[in-house]
Design a protein around this ligand. Structure first.
Ligand code: NAD
Length: 452
């Protein structure tokens, strides 16, 4: 067999294996992104292996269980019947045809990109890489990561002298690489996951084509762009757009509060404009793994080319200040009731970073609880999704969820996350004082409510 023939066969073989649902898919990182993705491929009759370094997750999945609230165990069991398995054994990667990486990309203590999960994963993949495999990075990161961080490790540390396919001419020792950002919106039930177009940036056109075919099996539309960096930047643009616009309404909310104007009424009215306006809503601060974090991946990278991303910095400043605004509002509200925050009993209602989800990452409620405690408040919390809040990367609260009854025993109830299950009319009826950071009490007339 000639080298050219082998090379062409590598591309063609993988493409036809994917089209025939014969390709074996590895998904690395069985978290909020990787696990649902594994289930989507499983539903489409692919044999999927989930890799994770967290032994508890591997164990739970292996037993047919789930650790994500909105994924019932039955879905894991259905996937297992389809051939899904979970492991931490990277040597199984050699048997895979496509490897999709969905590991975390947080910020470190200096607010800089923590690339250790991406580099750690890539170091683990490299020794098991074989010719003709497709490797796709999905983790949100700065432009250049795929080409500057991931590919050099894969090329240097694989055992067979393999190279990432860069040229259009095929080679027998190549593997394919692409970046494709995740666009999931947890808790959003208005758009089916498969209806969210999937952006794909391959290192060359064949890598793009393979990645488009791979994602085309579970998404209705793929959107190829010309490079991994363009795909990486696309994701950051989307998140920076949200971050900056949320900062804008947060700042305008502070102004409106001072001017006695209801910002929610204003946004609602502006949103009736059928063009040129998209509504964003103020809140107690940014939360989640993406919006408070991702923009800083770009501002960090921008410094490399002597560039300051001023919108990102300003938005970060305004959004980071929102929990302090909540603290000031609670203090002021108690003061008007002739009470001090020091010693006051405060119930924080909702701790998830947004309504109706079980995700606590970067949630502003954590900062708000810490700030209230620091000023001497006796803080309790309630959230149907979290029976206990222990220790995280940046907090150590050790609090148990309070009963949602007898709310009159608290000096103040602070609505931080507006879960749909709450009966806000009853909460206002029972509470002595309600500080509402989400406009959850809209339509309820009561002098107990303080909008913040
Ligand atoms: N959660 C979202 O809604 C969302 C949306 C869009 C993009 N993203 C991005 O997707 C990426 C993953 O986010 P997530 O929410 O799924 O994170 P997550 O923390 O829920 O899951 C990541 C998983 O990766 C595992 N992991 C870490 N290092 C590993 C390694 N070396 N090998 C194998 N597994 C490893 C962790 O144990 C964890 O289970 C991040 O870059 C995030 O910014 C997330």
């Amino acid at each position: 067999m000639t080298t050219q023939f082998v090379a062409d066969t590598l591309f063609d073989q993988l493409k036809s294996k994917i089209l025939q649902r014969q390709a074996r898919i590895a998904i690395i990182g069985m978290g909020y992104v990787g696990l649902p993705l594994a289930l989507l491929y499983s539903e489409q009759k692919f044999k999927v292996t989930g890799f994770d370094i967290d032994a508890r997750k591997v164990d739970t999945l292996s037993k047919g269980g789930s650790y994500i609230y909105r994924i019932p165990a039955e879905e894991i069991q259905a996937a297992k019947a389809q051939g899904f398995s979970a492991t931490s054994d990277y040597s199984q990667l050699t048997a895979m045809d496509a490897i999709i990486i969905c590991v975390p990309t947080p910020l470190n203590e200096y607010h800089e990109p923590d690339m250790s999960y991406i580099t750690g994963t890539t170091h683990s993949i490299a020794p098991h890489l074989r010719a003709g495999q497709l490797v796709v990075l999905e983790s949100t990161t700065y432009p250049g990561t795929t080409e500057e961080v991931m590919i050099p490790i894969l090329e240097e540390e694989n055992k067979a002298g393999l190279k990432a396919a860069r040229n259009e001419a095929s080679a027998s020792n190549e593997f394919f690489v692409a970046f494709s950002p995740e666009r999931e919106d947890p808790g959003n039930t208005t758009v089916a996951r498969s209806d969210i177009p999937k952006v794909v940036g391959g290192l060359n056109s064949r890598a793009s084509e393979l990645a488009c075919v791979l994602y085309g099996s579970i998404f209705h539309r793929t959107v190829p762009v010309t490079s991994p960096a363009a795909a990486e930047m696309t994701k950051l643009l989307e998140n920076i757009y949200r971050c900056v616009n949320i900062a804008l309404v947060n700042e305008l909310k502070l102004l409106c509060l001072r001017m006695g104007i209801d910002i929610w009424e204003v946004i609602g009215a502006a949103a009736t404009k059928p063009f040129g306006f998209h509504p964003f809503y103020p809140g107690p601060g940014l939360g989640g793994h993406c919006i408070p974090v991702d923009p800083f991946y770009l501002s960090w990278k921008a410094k490399e080319v002597d560039f300051r991303t001023r919108f990102i910095e300003l938005a970060g400043e305004i959004n980071t200040n929102m929990p302090y605004h909540v603290l000031a509002s609670v203090t002021g509200a108690l003061n008007r009731h002739k009470k001090a925050l020091n010693g006051a009993r405060v119930l924080v209602l909702g701790v998830a970073y947004k309504k109706d989800i079980d995700d606590l990452r970067e949630s502003p409620s954590l900062t708000i609880i810490e700030l209230l405690q620091k000023d001497g408040a006796q803080v309790s919390y309630h959230d149907p999704y979290f029976p206990f809040i222990g220790k995280g990367r940046k907090y150590d609260l050790q609090l148990t969820c309070a009963e949602l009854s007898d709310l009159g025993r608290y000096d103040c109830v602070v609505i931080v996350t507006d879960h749909s299950d709450y009966d806000y009319a009853q909460i206002v009826r029972e509470a002595q004082l309600v500080v509402d950071t989400r406009n959850a009490t809209r339509g309820i007339a009561s002098s107990k409510i303080v909008h913040c």
